[in-house]
Design a protein. Structure first.
Length: 148
């Protein structure tokens, strides 16, 4: 369902040679109605999924020139932008030594966390992974950022 909706939004705006274009959140509902597919319960999850969790459909990825990829960025209140960006990945270097860090997450916390990104952030905080990586003390200020 997500793929068909985002693919149709892309098709409605994209023409060869464009490197970015904007679309409105309301288009998700319009496209879902056109396709006669169930509307996601959480419209934001559709966009969040493609921004952080899963790749865009292959048809969209194939329109990007070599060395570039399509990303979805925030552009305003309920406005988003498909943007061609240089591929930027953090890849571990095989020549660096691995540092093993014992899991210090309390058992009660492990018992009640699920497998989502919030559970992962909990483990990162309890094990002070950011502190170790940066070499300084860090504090968690906010876990979710409201975009509406």
């Amino acid at each position: 369902m997500y793929d068909s909706i985002i693919l149709n939004i892309f098709r409605n705006h994209y023409t060869k040679g464009l490197n970015n274009f904007e679309f409105n959140r309301s288009e998700i509902k319009e496209v879902a109605n056109e396709l006669k597919v169930n509307l996601p319960k959480n419209l934001g999850d559709l966009l969040y999924s493609y921004r952080f969790r899963r790749p865009l459909p292959i048809e969209i990825r194939e329109t990007a020139p070599s060395g570039y990829e399509w990303t979805i960025e925030l552009s305003g209140k309920a406005i988003y932008r498909f943007c061609l960006s240089k591929i930027n990945r953090i890849i571990p270097r095989p020549d660096l030594m691995k540092i093993k860090i014992p899991d210090s997450t309390p058992e009660i916390i492990k018992k009640y966390t699920s497998g989502d990104e919030q559970a992962l952030l909990t483990k990162v905080r309890y094990n002070r992974l950011i502190d170790i990586f940066l070499g300084l003390t860090t504090y968690s200020l906010q876990n979710h950022l409201r975009t509406t």
